[in-house]
Design a protein around this ligand. Structure first.
Ligand code: SAH
Length: 348
């Protein structure tokens, strides 16, 4: 018996390659555009959804190709409306993504790697070792799944995307940029890059690369301390590339893009909740065009790290505002389902 030929994942093909396929079977090349639209813009999960393609062509497509979509394996809803998806990839690995609803926004928080290699010692994902990078379509599919949930459960469109889920997006540079290309392209979701934010631990070489590539999305950097000694203790990456090197890359980013970036910052009790740290942050912000988001700490185990008192947050706010720096204090969402910042770790 002949073993059936392995089907090719059609979404790995470019529009031109699909065109070549149609020409090779004696069909009109414009069919390729229709199929491409179904695959990306309309996120078809099955060839039978492609109703403007004839049945015989659909059968042919089914024989030769498959559509490898991610599957939302488990969905949890928080009391505050946040939805967490455990997403199963085609090799059965799992990543998590989150839908965050607010009055004005539906935000998708998506993952870029399975696990993470960075070892930030306050982050749940860091406890999983990095298994692999996600492909561009696996990243894109997370966005589509959340877009569909926003429409179904909230009757509202997706408005924002943050690359703040599992993994370090700048260590999966090519696929992340390709996913953003698809999300923003008219053949994809047609979203504005201004509504997309990439969050990074801060890898100077890759930040310069972003600037050179003239990307048009927003950049957020997880700072957490503007004093090298403290930052290295929390984020080992800081030993390889320290704050001075990071600042230099961010100045380069600003010189090329003319866009302010956001520093993400957690204030922990007895770690960085004193005036010395707040003043160091204000000084650091003075070096790069930036604003600060103070995010709430979400405990991932018992005790080692604790959220600072409200008085310390007020002190930070005062010191930053005195220097004219814009600062927002953000409350966490979805804590009851482990969907908050830094909690994504796929307990299943
Ligand atoms: N690797 C990227 C994106 C993933 S983490 C980055 O480091 O930015 C997304 C954000 O959550 C980062 O700012 C990270 O520092 C923060 N974070 C990680 N663990 C956290 C926790 N337990 N509580 C609050 N924020 C956390």
């Amino acid at each position: 018996m002949q073993t059936p030929a392995k089907k090719q994942d059609i979404r790995k093909l470019s529009l031109e390659e699909i065109q070549d396929f149609f020409v090779s079977i004696g069909e009109k090349p414009f069919r390729a555009k229709q199929v491409y639209e179904w695959l990306w813009k309309k996120s078809a999960k099955d060839f039978d959804q492609m109703t403007n393609i004839s049945l015989s062509i659909r059968e042919l497509l089914k024989e030769r190709f498959e559509i490898k979509h991610i599957k939302v394996d488990q969905m949890q809803r928080s009391a505050d409306g946040t939805i967490k998806n455990a997403v199963k990839l085609h090799d059965d690995l799992i990543v998590e993504s989150v839908l965050i609803p607010t009055e004005t926004r539906i935000t998708a928080c998506i993952s870029s790697q399975v696990g993470c290699s960075l070892d930030c010692n306050f982050c749940a994902t860091a406890r999983l070792k990095r298994m692999r990078n996600l492909s561009a379509d696996e990243i894109y599919d997370q966005v589509v799944a959340i877009k569909e949930e926003g429409e179904l459960y909230f009757d509202r469109p997706l408005t924002n995307i943050v690359y703040m889920g599992m993994g370090e997006p700048l260590l999966n540079y090519k696929n992340v940029l390709e996913s953003i290309e698809k999300i923003t392209s008219p053949e994809g979701l047609g979203m504005s890059p201004r509504r997309i934010t990439l969050s990074t631990v801060g890898i100077p070489k890759m930040i310069k690369q972003l600037a050179d590539d003239e990307v048009r999305f927003n950049l957020a950097v997880s700072l957490h301390s503007a004093i090298d000694e403290t930052r290295t203790r929390m984020m080992p990456i800081n030993e390889k590339s320290n704050l001075a090197e990071l600042a230099e890359s961010l100045q380069y980013w600003y010189s090329k893009t003319k866009r302010k970036l956001t520093f993400e910052y957690v204030v922990w009790k007895n770690i960085n909740d004193d005036e010395k740290h707040a003043r160091a942050l204000a000084k650091y912000c003075g070096k790069v065009a930036s604003k600060v988001n103070i995010i709430e700490y979400n405990p991932i185990d018992d005790g080692e790290f604790q959220q600072a008192d409200p008085a310390s947050l007020d002190m930070y706010k005062r010191i930053l505002e005195e220097k004219g720096i814009v600062v927002n204090v953000r409350r966490s969402r979805g804590k009851d389902i482990d969907a908050a910042c830094g909690q994504l770790a796929n307990k299943s």
